[in-house]
Design a protein around this ligand. Sequence first.
Ligand code: HEM
Length: 459
Amino acid sequence: MPQPQIGDRITICNYTFTWTKAHLSKDELEPFRQKYDQLGAAALERIQTIRQETNTKSTDLYEILYDNHANDPILSQFWTEVHSVPSWVNWAQIARGQQFFYRYALANIVGFALQGFMAENSAAPGVVEVLVRTGGFSTRMLLGRLLETFQWLIQVTHCIKAIQPGGQGHTATVRVRLLHASVRNRLLQLCQRRPEYFDTETYGIPVNTLDSIHSISTFCCNPMWLQLPKFGSIPVTPGEVDDYIAVFRYLAFVLGTPTSYFETSEKAKCVMESMLVHEVRTTETSRVVAYNFVECVTNLPGVFRVSSGFVAAGSRWINGDGLCDELRLERPGLVYYLAFRGFCVLVTCLARVQRVIPAFDAVVVDLFRTQLYNGIVQRKSRTKFDFKYVPKIGSKTGKEAYGTSSTAGVSGLVGMGLAEMVFIGVLAGGGLMVGGSLTQDRQLPEESKGEGEGISYKL
Ligand code: HEM
């Protein structure tokens, strides 16, 4: 893709914006592909050495870090860094930011799945090449992996104490940093034996700084500009945007990822848009990950199961047909779009009522906070973010059918899950009331109106 010029109008994945001098050029980003979290890597090396030298049986990296940080210079430096609090951290703001996830929980979860995972993750070549080498992206493991990611998200947003040094979300984040170091270390070891195993020239060092900045931006910027606006007129305020990005600026710090890109919402938005231009590219591996994702969610148990038509309709609505055709998603019939529109009406109405009645908002935030915590963080199979899916030469995730037909066990309309039928009911009952505001979805964002043709990139 050519380097955009200042003033170019760009449309990617159904999202349009203007390129400015605040956006990041490919030349600025490219060096980050060969950089990584060196302190995290050094700490991991020390932990592994200590484990060998002391014949420690435990594979819990965090435990070894905890026990040895006081008397090992590198571990002490790592420990001090992750436990220090930068002067720009404002805990009151972070506490507000944590609420954002629960306030719009349904929209955030579906947005993460259909846009964050389906489009942004699947279509970021450096990231997917790492992911398919850790078996966690096989169809059967994927749900577990997604639950683990949500477990972390819920732990870091649970309450202010949880994210502060020593809190459960903070500890989980340090564990994830060590897990990333383990993934990188293992892949680089395999590369030493077989350089063709992972193309570090093209994809960079595994879990590199560029991919990490991209992932942070996917977590905190995409809901604001690529996900929630596509569901209708969910009334997110500029303050909420600032607060949620502040949460991830601090998490980036704990994860050893540069934080300056998330100093302000404007900067963070430019990073997100720059990543769309330079990093979103579909490959054969993207199609594998997208295929396995559809197989996974269309085989969820009970009320959580959705049809592949619904996933495709939602994904096409949010990400646009260009990207979804490249990912080889099906072209679903009208009924699936209606079900997805029903979902949009539901989350928009909910958010609007929450805005008007603060007491109801508090109930919704509290309900999702408690239920998600009980269901995901307290579940029997919760993770300690240990290194489970160890990459091996010759093992790489390919397309995998779940084993049963994705419509098995469903009696509903054209293979639909129960939730989808509820959404159709919502649409029928309330759609007319909010129809006016929702028709804005497929129009260009405000800033693009009245301007010229613009550049439309491929996706
Ligand atoms: C900096 C932002 C990032 C955040 C917040 C993040 C978050 C997480 C979390 C919560 C986990 C544990 C749960 C799970 O297994 O899904 C995890 C694991 C993992 N992450 Fe990341 N991640 C980030 C960046 C990256 C990048 C850039 C890559 C690769 C290119 C990556 C690759 C992985 C892999 C392969 C695992 C699983 C390892 C295993 O369980 O065996 N992550 N990440």
